[in-house]
Design a protein around this ligand. Structure first.
Ligand SMILES: [Zn+2]
Length: 319
């Protein structure tokens, strides 16, 4: 069995067990956090991360894939603390999470120079540690696949080709970014069986998702609880239809939960809850509500559960 890098070092793939493939132990802007550290409470962030991960562990989760990249405040020391104290493995990535903005540093360096940064995170270690990235992350959102977004995708692709690392790409189905993202990876010679297009579950358009699956990529139904993008019952209907069409081996189910996130002032969470923009968003929602609903629907037997929550993440990371 091939090994997988975690923040605690390499483990045998067979040890990953039950995996949540898209959760963030903490999400914050590293520039704001560096300039105004007094606005953040590191202990409260750690407590929140441990609480969320602990609840996931109580549902049997053994490994969390955390795709927090540059601009999401990636901090592998923090991630290791969470892993050490919770007893849940955490898998870190490298890459850039930007919808368009690119620092001058990368704007004025070419694609291969950018890719070299990712390669060093995969082969050498991240942020001066010996913790290695196990996969690559990039994003396309409301701005579409802009020149900068395309540059990041090409650099991610080249790092994947060079190292064999898997790719997770944040996408925006409402804008149909997925096919173009896949096209760039294809042009760069990436093995599409190692690509996961995240956030496909934000659309009810099963044909759109199926066209991506037909290219050989994994699709993320990974924002359960974020009702502002799509409510749970509609997400479940899409998942059930994809399962009925025989796509279990290409689906990833997760919540994109953040132990803490600094995008909004603290009072906003109350508003999101009461307005229904989020509902039961957590690291356990898929086990508490989604899997039972899909079982009820007759599309989630034991083998399907194993395929989605253990075999798919392992195959994506290592195959
Ligand atoms: Zn995410």
């Amino acid at each position: 069995m091939p090994t997988v890098e975690t923040v605690q070092g390499a483990v045998d793939g067979s040890e990953l067990g039950l995996v949540l493939v898209h959760e963030h132990v903490r999400f914050r802007d590293e520039a704001v956090a560096a300039e105004w550290p007094d606005r953040y409470d590191e202990q409260a962030e750690l407590d929140a991360a441990l609480q969320a991960v602990g609840e996931a562990k109580s549902r049997g989760v053994q490994t969390i894939v955390d795709p927090t990249a540059m601009f999401g405040g990636r901090d592998v020391r923090f991630m290791k603390q969470v892993a050490d104290r919770s007893g849940v493995r955490i898998i870190a990535c490298t890459g850039i999470y930007s919808y368009d903005y690119l620092p001058h540093y990368f704007e004025n360096r070419d694609v291969d120079a950018m890719a070299a940064h990712f390669v060093s995170d995969i082969e050498g270690g991240i942020q001066g540690t010996d913790i290695k990235a196990a996969f690559l992350k990039c994003a396309a959102d409301a701005a579409g696949v802009t020149e900068h977004v395309e540059k990041i995708h090409r650099a991610i692709a080249r790092a994947s080709v060079q190292t064999g690392a898997a790719i997770m790409a944040h996408s925006m189905p409402a804008l149909g970014t997925g096919p173009r993202q896949v096209e760039i990876f294809e042009e760069e010679g990436v093995d599409l069986a190692r690509v996961q297009i995240a956030h496909c579950g934000d659309t009810e358009d099963v044909e759109y998702i199926e066209r991506l699956i037909d290219k050989g990529v994994y699709v993320g139904l990974d924002r359960y609880g974020l009702e502002m993008y799509l409510p749970i019952d509609k997400r479940n209907a899409t998942a059930a239809e994809l399962l009925r069409r025989g796509h279990a081996e290409r689906l990833m189910i997760s919540q994109d939960f953040c132990g803490t996130i600094d995008w909004f002032p603290p009072e906003a969470e109350e508003v999101f809850q009461s307005s229904g923009a989020i509902r039961n968003w957590s690291m356990t929602l898929v086990f508490d509500e989604v899997v039972p609903a899909l079982r009820q629907e007759g599309v989630m037997d034991e083998q399907t559960f194993l395929t989605i929550f253990t075999e798919n993440p392992l195959r994506w990371l290592t195959a």
